[in-house]
Design a protein around this ligand. Structure first.
Ligand code: FAD
Length: 266
């Protein structure tokens, strides 16, 4: 795999629930936690996905079905071929005593970070949040490992929201940084909490992407010129300082920003 498209067969599919699946490919190109690839479904489109782990020559991509591409991806079976190119973007740095937070499908990139830290014998703490038990990715593994889990409805782990749990964890423990991925409303809350505690952050953001190599400008962040596909998707406090569009509705494929309230204005 590299910046040129190559096709790979799916070697295994793990179903977390009918709309949430992990796909495995034999890809040896080294990928860093937090980096992403573009997946091409012939005849349909090409879309960005984080790598959720890479080990023993197998690359893992975890997909949530929300629209035409991701719903079609749910039909993939072992032996089906898809196009992959990448890896793209700047990922997470593994840091001792990091609080690693994944909310919803945002567990995908931070899972790779946490698994990498374990393999390097670097001590980190993992917090996973989801709407309900069925939406918790790699549930069996994380329950076995004793990761902290919160669900909105309390169907697994503690009942509550990720930012509230992070506040509690910071009140009772000390961490070197917060590394997180998830819905932007969660990332904005974590950024503010981290500032209150004077903690550095590595936060992974999503924007509509086309080229993924920094040419088209589709994923530029207003106020900063940061291209999420090249300088991101993982950004720090310093990089986020100039960004004026955090929490606003994301630009669509035309580059227009839909006229609806942002998460910080609603
Ligand atoms: C760096 C990055 C990493 C991602 N990692 C994952 C992951 O690990 N797992 C996962 O399930 N999803 C991930 N996504 C989101 C995934 O790309 C979208 O869910 C997918 O493109 C939706 O396509 P669709 O046709 O199914 O839905 P659509 O109905 O077309 O879109 C649904 C939503 O996805 C967003 N989206 C659509 N096309 C793109 C695009 N080309 N680039 C970015 N966003 C788009 C739209 O803005 C919209 O909000 C990631 C996105 C980015 C930018």
């Amino acid at each position: 795999m590299n910046e040129q498209m190559q096709t790979f067969p799916v070697v295994e599919v793990v179903e977390h629930n009918p709309t949430l699946k992990t796909f495995y490919f034999k890809v040896k190109t080294p990928v860093k936690p937090g980096q992403f690839v573009l997946m091409w479904l012939p005849g349909l489109d090409e879309k960005p996905f984080s790598v959720s782990d890479q080990k023993r020559g197998r690359l893992e991509i975890t997909i949530k079905a929300i629209g035409p591409f991701t719903k079609k991806a749910m039909e993939l079976e072992p032996g089906d071929r898809v196009g992959l190119r990448g890896p793209f973007g700047r990922g997470f740095e593994v840091q001792d005593n990091a609080l690693i937070v994944g909310a919803g499908c945002g567990v995908a990139p931070v899972r790779f970070l946490h698994e990498t830290a374990k393999r390097m014998e670097v001590n980190t703490t993992l917090l996973i949040g989801a709407r309900n038990s069925a939406e918790v990715l790699f549930k069996d593994q994380y329950v076995d490992e004793g990761a902290t889990i919160v669900t909105d409805d309390g169907s697994l782990g503690g009942k509550g929201l990720v930012p509230d749990r992070v506040r509690e964890m910071l009140a009772s423990g000390s961490y070197s940084t917060i590394c997180a991925s998830g819905p932007e409303v969660v990332l904005v809350a974590l950024r503010n909490i981290a500032k209150e505690h004077n903690l550095p952050v590595q936060l992974s953001f999503e924007r509509y992407m086309k080229c993924a190599i920094g040419i088209c400008g589709q994923c530029c962040l207003d106020g900063s010129g940061i291209r999420v596909c090249v300088e991101g998707p993982v950004l720090t406090h310093e990089e986020l300082e100039q960004v004026t569009e955090l929490g606003l509705p994301h630009r669509d494929a035309t580059g227009q920003r839909p006229e609806k309230p942002g998460i910080c204005q609603a």
